[in-house]
Design a protein around this ligand. Structure first.
Ligand code: HEC
Ligand code: HEC
Ligand code: HEC
Length: 296
């Protein structure tokens, strides 16, 4: 993932040059002690200003480009350039190692220094071994920490979100709103199974209002809409297809003899396409954040 663009280079040409070692090592295993723990506190300052690029990410991009450039230049036999890029890589890798004290041990500064030296010496074998060792430091840290960093800094917390309940006309927390939404969906089925179609119709209207109200929540996190596309995030999970399913249930109710099959089919559609799919995307980070908060 970190040097994907390198794969565009013709492999044949570079096997002698050590880059191949690096690419082979690109499918590493997760550490045995893989745990989604909160990232170190000292990361906070690099993500202090939402909307501006994180200093950490910028540093990663700098060292990553330098690292790739070393091998691209070697492939072209531009040893001078390769050496310069190795020096740049060393500098930026060192800087990154000082940014988060808790992660200092994840960096192999010795190999980074030796990489520069072995390029000076044009020692292909050593370059290969070093690039592999260095590449492992990247993926080891990424596998261990990226999920945590993303959950902490890239996923806004649902805690700050209040949702206006259209029925009680008051703002409630996100999880509390979910409970109401879930409750009103369940009531449709309960009433239907008791053949109380009038009540079922009424609860369906309540559910529809609550689901429609949920649309206003998306933009609290999805601040930049997909301007280049006519599709909106709101076409998912709370889109026209969901409302259409509700419409089909209502139409069937209106016949006076609603069919179990039509009812189930459309309720299942809503359960899967709205609730379940949205949960698959949004619940894991929300739950992990909640667990971290609880531990404190
Ligand atoms: C000590 C941990 C650590 C080490 C070592 C490390 N990285 Fe990273 N890197 C991260 C974390 C954490 C992120 C995720 C940052 C984010 O998305 O906010 C990241 C993200 C990146 C990114 C994506 C930047 C973007 O535009 O989103 C690249 C590219 C990258 N690292 C390259 C490298 C390379 C190449 C190496 C090794 C030479 C390396 N990293 C070593 C922790 C590390
Ligand atoms: C608490 C914050 C939050 C809320 C509220 C939220 N989302 Fe998301 N959603 C995210 C994040 C973060 C991602 C990951 C990708 C990203 O940043 O866009 C995501 C991803 C998605 C994706 C995957 C594709 C994409 O755009 O990245 C869809 C579709 C989506 N959300 C739809 C919705 C809809 C529809 C709503 C409202 C009913 C909603 N989201 C509410 C935070 C949120
Ligand atoms: C915008 C995406 C989204 C949609 C659509 C959505 N949910 Fe949720 N739901 C969430 C998120 C995120 C959480 C976790 C909130 C938190 O813990 O802060 C959640 C939590 C819940 C919970 C609480 C789970 C628990 O154990 O605490 C229930 C119940 C629930 N949703 C039911 C539903 C039902 C029923 C529907 C469909 C009618 C639905 N949700 C539609 C995003 C969504």
């Amino acid at each position: 993932m970190d040097v994907l663009h390198l794969s565009k280079i013709k492999l044949k040409k570079i096997t002698a040059l050590g880059l191949a070692f690096f690419l082979i090592s690109a499918a590493p295993a997760f550490p045995d002690d893989f745990l989604v723990s909160p990232p170190p506190k000292s990361m906070d300052k690099y993500y202090a200003e939402p909307g501006t690029p994180s200093e950490w990410v910028t540093q990663m991009q700098t060292l990553s480009t330098a690292f790739s450039s070393v091998f691209v230049n070697m492939e072209k036999k531009r040893w001078d350039q390769a050496e310069k890029k190795a020096a740049l890589f060393l500098k930026s890798y060192e800087k990154a190692s000082q940014m988060v004290p808790e992660w200092e041990k994840e960096f192999d500064l010795k190999s980074a220094a030796e990489l520069k030296e072995s390029i000076e010496a044009k020692d292909i074998e050593k370059i290969g071994a070093l690039s592999e060792a260095l590449g492992k430091t990247c993926s080891h840290c990424h596998l261990k920490n990226n999920s945590s960093v993303w959950i902490r800094y890239h996923w806004p917390s649902t805690d700050t979100i209040k949702v206006l309940d259209p029925l009680e006309d008051k703002e409630v927390s996100y999880p509390a709103y979910m409970k109401k939404l879930s409750d009103s969906l369940q009531r449709i089925s309960v009433n239907f199974e008791q053949n109380d179609f009038q009540q079922a119709w009424q609860t369906l209207e309540i559910f529809k209002k609550r689901l429609t109200s949920l649309k206003s929540v998306c933009s609290k996190c999805h601040v930049s809409e997909w301007t280049k596309s006519s599709v909106s995030v709101k076409d998912f999970f709370v889109g026209e297809d969901i409302l259409y399913s509700l419409q089909k249930i209502k139409k069937d109710f209106a016949t006076g003899e609603p069919s179990e099959k039509i009812f189930r089919k459309n309720i299942d559609y809503i359960n899967n396409r709205s609730c379940k799919m949205c949960h698959l995307v949004h619940q894991p980070p929300a739950f992990i954040q909640r667990a971290w908060k609880q531990k404190k």
